[in-house]
Every structure is written in structure tokens, then in C-alpha cells.
Design a protein. Structure first.
Length: 318
């Protein structure tokens, strides 16, 4: 099956020759991740929030995390089987089929596990989060350059998912930040590890604890975001970055090795931090849990409102 890699935000791109597209999957298996491979450009594209129900909150559900990891594992096997460019770089692009990039962790799951005292289940979730994050940063040897395309807000774990990628392209008007401190927690799925690769530690800690949603234009000036483009042009910008990077693929592979040698990111570090996050979560008091649950209700209202708007548009169009 062949398909053009067009997302719902992609106003600046209308068509691509289907002859270059191979192994395209539009989530027909019910996956929450829409995947396809452009073999001519050595690029895999992953869209979160595929096959979503009418009322849907675009967060890191367990289903989404498992589907992302399954896609990553499949790509790793393909590269290990000799399908990687011999001297160049393979690209992995992370984007979204929803109206936002990702709004973070599954707060409803968090509050339920904490109230039930189920530390083991919460730890399993946290470990899965950091495994997915680590894979975007270091999927297979030095062969992969990952790109996050931010169309709409990226909050909490959504911000962390962007930060673990090598390049971040954001569309104008999007915001990124860590709201966890509102319910007395911290972002524990890679925020400190990856943010301190882009800004000083003191700045990273302030950002992790101020609950502020930063405009991407400000994050560009800070060096957190690599490129800001007009709305609707994020995917086109990613394709252009892939095109430019193909000229320096060997150098990018070498830089992946240099980065890992000089400022290594280890899965062990990420797991240690997220274990501390779980311990902190299990200590939350009633005030923190009630704040978390108020946010869950607000998220539900948002999802219901968007579903209602979509239904009205269908009726009006019919």
C-alpha cells in the first residue's frame, strides 16, 4: 500500500509521488500510531493519535506508548538487517494527527494508581515512557537522526518527547512547558536529562518548576527549539531538513558518536530519575491529587467540546 505522508496540519504540501512510498501503514490495524516509510529518503514518519475515538485526550496513554515502542522496535530490526544507509543517516520523524502534539502523561491513570497504592503499575508506565524517549534519542547505534514536528502544544511528557529528539521544528503559536508542579510533581521522563543538553542546568530546573507554557518563539531564542515555521508548514520544513541532512549524513552519524562519547545519555540514568518520580508521585497528598483530578476533568471537557465541534462541522457539511 502506498500513501503520501500528509498530516492534518500540512497545508504547505499537497502531493508526493506515491512511487517513492513503501510499507505505508495508515493505522488500519487499529494502532494509535500512523507509520510510513519513505525509502527514497531513508526516512520513517510516526504520527501519534491515529484511529482515535470521537472523544479523545491526546496524551501518552499506555496504548500509545506500546504502539510507539512497537514501531521503534520494527525500525531497529530493519536497520539491523542491513537496511540502513551504509555511510549516511536514517531519519525518524515524530508528529501528531491531533490538533496538538501531545499533552503529556495519563493523569487519570496516575491518580488511580496513586490512590490504589499501585506503585508497581505506575513504575511500569514510567519505565515504558523513558524507554520510548531513549529510543528516539538513540535507536540504533549512530544511524538515526530524530526530528520532532510540533504542531500545537507540547506539555509535560509531550515536551519531553520533543526534547529527546535531535531536532525540534515547531509551528508558530505553539506552546511548550511543564505543568507538573501544579500538582506538586516534577517532569520525570527525561526532562532534566534532555533539557540540560540545550540550556544550562539552572535554566532547566527553573523551567521544570515554573509551570509556565513557553511560546515556541521564545524557546527558539533560548536554543531549546531549532526552527520555528508558519502554521501548516512544519511537515514541509521536516522534509526540507531531511533533504539537507542527506548531504551531510556521514557527518551527522559521526556527531551522534561524538555526542554519546562526550555527553552520554544512558537508559540507566533515565530509569533512575523516573523511579524517583514514581516515589514522589506515591507521596502526593490529598491537595496534589485533587489538583491532578481537576486537570483530568478539564481535559475531559476539552475532549468533549472538540468532539461536539467536529460533529457540528459534519452536520453543516452534510
Amino acid at each position: 500500500m502506498a500513501v503520501s505522508p500528509v498530516g492534518r496540519h500540512d497545508q504547505g504540501y499537497t502531493a508526493m509521488s506515491t512511487s517513492i512510498m513503501q510499507n505505508a501503514v495508515l493505522g488500519q490495524d487499529g494502532s494509535s500510531v500512523r507509520c510510513f516509510t519513505d525509502e527514497s529518503a531513508d526516512t520513517d514518519w510516526l504520527y501519534m493519535h491515529a484511529n482515535r475515538p470521537p472523544i479523545y485526550h491526546p496524551c501518552f496513554s499506555e496504548r500509545l506508548l506500546h504502539d510507539l515502542k512497537r514501531a521503534q522496535d520494527g525500525l531497529r530490526r530493519s536497520l539491523a538487517a542491513g537496511n540502513a544507509p551504509p555511510s549516511g543517516i536514517h531519519h525518524l520523524v515524530l508528529a501528531s494527527d491531533a490538533d496538538v502534539f501531545n499533552l503529556g502523561g495519563d493523569l487519570a491513570l496516575f491518580s488511580r494508581m496513586i490512590r490504589n497504592g499501585n506503585r508497581g503499575r505506575l513504575l511500569d508506565y514510567a519505565r515504558l515512557c523513558v524507554e520510548v524517549a531513549y529510543n528516539f534519542h538513540h535507536l540504533y547505534q549512530d544511524r538515526v537522526h530524530s526530528i520532532a514536528v510540533i504542531q500545537g502544544d507540547a506539555l509535560g511528557g509531550g515536551f519531553e518527547a520533543a526534547l529527546c529528539c535531535h531536532s525540534i521544528i515547531a509551528e508558530e503559536g505553539a506552546g511548550m512547558g511543564f505543568p507538573e508542579v501544579l500538582f506538586d510533581l516534577f517532569p520525570g521522563m527525561g526532562a532534566y536529562t534532555f533539557l540540560t543538553r540545550r540550556v544550562p542546568a539552572v535554566t532547566a530546573e527553573r523551567m521544570m518548576l515554573d509551570a509556565r507554557v513557553y511560546p515556541v518563539e521564545e524557546l527558539l531564542e533560548m536554543g531549546v527549539v531549532d526552527q520555528v515555521v508558519p502554521r501548516g508548514e512544519g511537515l514541509a520544513a521536516a522534509r526540507e531538513l531531511v533533504r539537507r541532512n542527506r548531504r551531510i549524513g556521514n557527518a551527522l552519524r559521526a556527531m551522534n558518536g561524538v555526542r554519546q562519547a562526550c555527553r552520554p545519555v544512558s537508559l540507566e540514568e533515565l530509569l533512575a530519575v523516573t523511579t524517583g518520580w514514581v516515589d514522589a508521585a506515591m507521596r502526593l497528598d490529598e491537595r496534589g491529587l485533587r489538583t491532578m483530578e481537576r486537570l483530568v476533568r478539564a481535559q475531559q471537557r476539552r475532549a468533549e467540546s472538540l468532539a461536539g465541534q467536529a460533529q457540528q462541522e459534519v452536520v453543516a457539511a452534510g
